[in-house]
Ligand binder design. Structure first.
Ligand code: ITT
Length: 198
């Protein structure tokens, strides 16, 4: 069974592959290995909407079962920002570090008890016969005052997980996958894939 990973984010692909490793005969193929991908406008207002846009686009280009991930960081004290704009927070000039430093700056005056946040991930699976599935995973945490750790990607260095006493960037990939938003959404997607036995 071959599934195209409809993402340009190589860190996501690593986590998806690690999490789905246990499904026999499943091969995750990054879309970049199959074809050049046009810029896909992610203009929905929800993670689910954007995940479906990406998976539908890649399924129609490749004619193969396609899986997309739309995810982001939702911060309560910022009314849900950066949310679906997590990858574009602060504009195109910023890299991962620039984005999390901007977040820390915007939260400088937010007291310690009010820094709750969650990562959210929606996985969309679109099949050439038109069937569509989505699964969602969430991971609760809080925003630190400064970055720690160098694993993972994105906002991981500033996302603190109380029960581990560590930031997401201080976890190994398999530890992250065991509790993360993406890991949880992928577990549900794995159950669907096993049923489909494509
Ligand atoms: P694709 O659209 O090509 O999949 P992307 O990185 O643009 O890649 P999104 O639009 O879904 O993906 O944006 C997700 C952003 O949310 C990502 O770039 C990070 O900034 C943040 N994010 C998502 N999951 C994360 C994680 O596990 N750890 C840290 N940050 C994460």
């Amino acid at each position: 069974m071959k599934i195209v990973a409809a993402t340009a984010n190589t860190d996501k692909i690593k986590e998806i592959k690690e999490k789905l490793l246990s499904i026999p005969d499943l091969e995750i193929v990054p879309v970049s290995e199959i074809t050049d991908v046009p810029e896909i406008p992610e203009d929905a207002e929800s993670f689910e909407g954007n995940a479906l846009i990406k998976a539908r686009t890649i399924c129609s280009i490749t004619g193969m079962p396609s899986m997309a991930d739309d995810s982001g960081l939702v911060v309560d004290a910022l009314n849900g920002e950066p949310g679906v704009y997590s990858a574009r927070y602060g504009g195109p000039g910023l890299d991962d570090k620039g984005r999390y430093m901007l977040l820390l700056e915007k939260m400088a005056d937010i007291p310690d008890g009010s820094r709750q946040a969650r990562f959210v991930c929606v996985i969309a699976l679109v099949l050439p016969d038109g069937r569509e599935f989505t699964t969602t995973g969430r991971c609760e945490g809080s925003i630190t005052r400064s970055p720690s750790g160098d694993s993972g990607f994105g906002y991981d260095p500033v996302f603190y997980i109380e029960e581990r006493g560590k930031t997401m960037a201080q976890l190994s990939m398999s530890e992250k996958n065991s509790l993360s938003h993406r890991g949880k959404a992928l577990e549900k997607a794995a159950a669907i894939l096993k049923d489909l036995a494509l």
